[in-house]
Write a protein that binds this ligand. Structure first.
Ligand code: UN1
Length: 503
């Protein structure tokens, strides 16, 4: 362990702020725990408001230089960041498994997601293109161009402590922005290691200060960032509760917000679904990452013709899943992040029982060190209000339906709108699910579960999920400012809309 930490530039007690190198922080000490054992890994001395002030000043200064670097040259530096992440993939993925309890293939997969982002952003750096329009005036030209925006504030959650940063940071880099990253206090070591790997590349290229990291409390550092007019864009990933606060505060100063918040994602298993495919898709969506993805599957709507046989197969699959050491080969189920998460799981199970849900599998804490719970399947007949809540744990609520339209309506009936899926071999059912009156989510899949999206698409969702889009497609537009330009190369000054003003 000590070797792994030192290879990643970490020590027993780490500074909580980095801007063109480590800063010396003096705040309270926060320990990061291995959720599989409950043991401390290493700790961080938190940063304070004075550190924040140093960082924002430097981020603004660095912006003046960084924005003038041609985008493809910025892309070339992002290519080098991708290489550095490749080089450290194994160590970083392992650290993530240790710090947040993801099974190793998911820890490595997350670093791969960041590498994929780097590759995407290299190409993106040559494609930040605007439209041209035809002017109504003779000898005039109209077009749109995209400029770097400034300092971007990136707030991330514990569950994707590497890739969600990369979704934002690498796009912001090619867009010409500088950035301040505030990670979750539950996964600070992965954040420091990620920052050190990537910022080394920035420093070697003469651009230290473009990327910075601040680990501090929400009440001072988080608040300062959210309210700071020097940060034109805050991109925040986390709970709906957090997003409501951040969204309102940023709106108060008329700043721009990119929110990627909770989900209460459902899979519909239609009567003609391929059973094996559907069981695997549902199990990965609901049990993978111990149900701690914003895209985790939380609700299942199964056609009444197959509900008994499908549920039986699913429960058999659940019963075969053993919890284990996230680093051990073959482990499918790791721990929840901390004791609070176990309490939240137990509180939800208590509500299930009180509200009349039938627990078919799981429903309790696993008796071993760390924060393990049994993945749980709940059969719902009638109403179960707790199923409308996003519990960040592996609890799956199974409903039955007869009409597809009804299943889609019930799927859409929750507050969040992140991810959704249908398993079917019917072309009509699939298209119906994807139609304007189909799924209301930002992500809608056919014969694929709700989680594990590729970075090439825009990622995010509607309603209480916050409406933001990160990662691929044209998400880069959120990190740049648009400018509409009209150029007159005629000897006259005609006015638009036929207005005359002759003096
Ligand atoms: C998250 O849980 O916040 O689609 C992100 C997925 C991953 C990202 C999840 N690519 O499940």
């Amino acid at each position: 362990m000590t070797d792994l930490l030192s290879r990643l530039g970490l020590s027993d007690v780490n500074n909580g702020a980095f801007c063109d190198g480590a800063m010396t922080t003096t705040g309270r000490i926060v320990e990061s725990f291995n959720p599989a054992t409950g043991e401390a890994i290493a700790s961080v001395r938190l940063a304070n408001l004075a550190d924040y002030e140093t960082i924002i000043t430097k981020a603004q200064e660095s912006f003046l230089k960084w924005r003038m670097v041609p985008a493809p040259k910025r892309g070339e530096i992002v290519r080098q960041i991708g290489e550095a992440l490749r080089e450290h993939k194994d160590d970083l993925g392992r650290l993530e498994s240790i710090e947040v309890g993801k099974v190793l293939s998911e820890g490595l997969g997350e670093v791969q997601e960041s590498i994929d982002m780097a590759d995407l952003c290299v190409g993106m750096s040559r494609q930040l293109s605007g439209l041209t329009m035809h002017s109504e005036r003779p000898q005039h030209r109209m077009y749109e161009q995209w400029h770097p925006m400034g300092v971007v504030g990136i707030i991330t959650a514990f569950n994707f402590p590497n890739a969600v940063w990369a979704w934002n940071a690498l796009v912001a880099l090619v867009a010409g922005d500088t950035m301040i990253w505030k990670p979750s206090l539950k996964a600070p070591l992965t954040a420091i290691a990620t920052h050190l790997i990537c910022d080394k590349v920035m420093q070697e290229n003469g651009f230290g200060g473009v990327m910075s990291l601040i680990i501090g409390d929400d009440v001072d550092v988080g608040s300062a960032m959210v309210d700071d007019r020097r940060i034109p864009l805050i991109s925040a990933t986390g709970s709906c509760r957090m997003g409501r606060i951040v969204g309102a505060r940023v709106a108060q100063r008329l700043g721009r917000c990119l929110l990627e918040l909770g989900g209460n994602n459902a899979i519909i298993v239609h009567k003609d679904a391929d059973f094996d495919l559907a069981v695997r898709g549902v199990a990965f969506g609901a049990v993978g990452t111990a149900g701690q993805r914003c895209t985790s599957t939380r609700r299942l709507f199964v056609h009444s013709d197959i509900v008994e046989s499908f549920t039986e197969k699913l429960v058999a699959a659940y019963d075969s899943i053993e919890a284990g050491d996230p680093l051990a080969e073959g482990t499918l189920l790791g721990p929840l992040i901390d004791e609070d998460a176990v309490k939240t799981y137990e509180a939800a199970i208590a509500k299930v029982k009180a509200q009349g849900g039938e627990i078919l599998s799981g429903g309790e804490r696993i008796d071993r060190p760390g924060f393990y719970v049994r993945p749980t399947v709940v059969r719902v007949r009638g109403d179960l209000p707790v199923a409308n809540e996003e519990t960040f744990a592996p609890i799956l609520y199974v409903f039955e339906y007869t009409e597809l339209a009804d299943a889609i309506a019930r799927q859409n009936s929750v507050d969040q709108g992140l991810s959704s899926a249908i398993f079917t071999d019917s072309f009509r059912a699939a298209e119906g699910f994807l139609a304007h009156n189909g799924s209301d989510c930002g992500i809608a899949n056919v014969n694929i579960g709700t989680s594990g999206a590729e970075i090439g698409g825009a990622f995010g969702g509607e309603k209480d999920t916050g409406g933001g889009r990160e990662a691929g497609s044209d998400s880069w537009k959120a990190y740049m400012r648009r400018q509409t330009c009209t150029l007159n190369w005629s000897p006259d000054l005609p006015l638009a809309q036929g207005v005359t003003f002759d003096i």
